[in-house]
Design a protein around this ligand. Structure first.
Ligand SMILES: Cc1cc2nc3c(=O)[nH]c(=O)nc-3n(C[C@H](O)[C@H](O)[C@H](O)COP(=O)(O)O)c2cc1C
Ligand SMILES: [Fe+2]
Ligand SMILES: [Fe+2]
Length: 407
């Protein structure tokens, strides 16, 4: 765990987490940070804690010692969001400090009781409530429900104009030496934008309408620093992450980068022949292509890649009167994440009856995904020249469709 000074009286404690599935699902290809913040006036508050793993609170206590904070003397625990990646350490903390007050929304209070037992000293706060820590450090609290859980709130510190945004404005990706936007190299800026897309699409995507509301709310503050619970701190240009999140909300609603993602699977290589052909067509047209072969690709990567693309190609054969299951499962997952309004084109091989197309339509319908499809091309067995011509014209129609979807 690293401790980094953010401003006078404010420190970040940041730990890298790898080798775990985030939320028990998402592969962390490049890790993630859990950021916790200490605000020191006459009283001391810790905003967002960390996960409750073995040895974690102890490393946190050691880091606190390095910035002259005795954990036994922490007065307030500000729980912006009760999810255990930020609150898991509370149980252990109770063993060393029996005189702290938890500050949180009413919804978080209920969760704290059900997850960690009754008996905590909890002060429930509402929109605009304040807490004066002394020495000029004044916090105010602002619920942003359903970003990511119903309990979430922002904490704002008015002296330094810092917004502690918790899951909002977060990103995956480990941090080694650089923690602030102004320290980042161009490569690191790109890295965290991509990790931001992965995080947003994996964790926040389902809640995009509430994220939009939270973006609007953050614009009401005079902000010098955005300090999220995951990923870099923005002090040079907080607008950058606000703009990125605004764009990510658009990705959620069907817009995307000028890229086509081919989400595909093939049992014996028949559909794969058309995929190879399509790649050449797209190369000729100068379009960036992402290929996701299912089930080899991780779900995390699959969702992030589809999410940011303006156009999708679904290439999947029929399997037992339905769609090749790994591709069907991927589309269902995209529905769960509310990736809607995407421009798409499907082709695939079948043997005798077909059935993949019907299942695709069912999934799209059931999840209210409203994808805008170019007419599907299906072929028996191996695609012949005529089939490939049809596939090519489908691809060209898709390229026309994405023109209005590029942001
Ligand atoms: C396990 C299995 C189940 C299949 N089920 C069907 C089916 O229900 N209806 C159909 O038309 N074809 C079915 N097929 C045939 C495939 O759709 C056909 O072989 C197609 O060319 C496979 O394309 P691929 O090589 O891209 O996977 C099945 C094939 C396999 C191996
Ligand atoms: Fe969360
Ligand atoms: Fe989180």
């Amino acid at each position: 765990m690293k401790q980094i000074k953010i401003a006078d009286g404010i420190h970040m404690l940041s730990m890298n987490v790898e080798d775990m599935l985030f939320e028990g699902i998402w592969e962390l290809a490049n890790g993630v940070t859990l950021n916790s913040y200490i605000v020191k006036g006459e009283k001391t508050a810790i905003i967002d804690g960390v996960i409750g793993w073995d040895g974690v609170p102890e490393t946190l206590y050691k880091s606190l010692g390095e910035i002259d904070v005795n954990p036994e003397e922490i007065d307030y625990l500000i729980v912006n969001h009760m999810e255990p990646d930020h609150s898991g350490w509370i149980e252990n903390f109770k063993k060393i400090n029996d005189n702290f007050t938890i500050i949180c929304t009413d919804k978080a209070a209920k969760l704290i009781n059900s997850f960690y037992g009754d008996g905590e000293k909890i002060k429930v706060v509402k929109e605009g409530d304040t807490l004066d820590l002394g020495k000029g450090k004044k916090l105010s609290f602002h619920p942003v429900p359903n970003v990511h859980w119903p309990d979430t709130m922002y904490t704002y510190e008015s002296d330094t104009k810092t917004l502690f945004s918790c899951d909002m404005y977060g990103a995956f990706g480990r941090m080694e030496e650089h923690y602030f936007d102004d320290e980042m190299t161009t490569e690191e800026v790109d890295f965290f934008e991509n990790e931001g897309i992965r995080y947003f699409s994996n964790v926040m995507g389902t809640f995009a309408p509430m994220v939009k509301r939270a973006i609007k709310k953050s614009k009401e503050f005079d902000i010098n620093i955005i300090a999220p619970g995951h990923g870099p701190v923005y002090r040079q240009n907080p607008e950058k992450i606000i703009d990125d999140y605004t764009r990510f909300c658009k990705y959620s609603a069907g817009y995307g980068k000028k890229e086509i993602t081919i989400l595909w699977g093939s049992m014996y290589g028949m559909t794969a022949k058309a995929v190879e052909f399509v790649e050449k067509v797209l190369e000729r047209e100068g379009i960036k292509v992402n290929k996701l072969e299912m089930p080899l690709e991780s779900e995390s990567e699959m969702i992030a890649t589809v999410f940011k693309s303006a156009g999708l190609i679904i290439a999947a054969p029929t399997y037992e009167y339905k769609m090749f299951p790994p591709v069907a499962a991927a589309i269902e997952e995209l529905g769960r994440k509310k990736v809607i309004n995407k421009a798409a084109f499907r082709f695939g091989s079948y043997g005798w009856s077909g059935g993949a197309e019907r299942e695709l339509k069912d999934i799209i319908e059931k999840s209210k995904m409203k994808w805008d499809f170019v007419e599907t091309v299906e072929f028996e067995g191996s695609p012949n020249e005529e089939d490939l011509n049809k596939v090519e014209s489908g691809v060209l129609k898709l390229l026309e469709k994405i023109e209005e979807k590029i942001v």
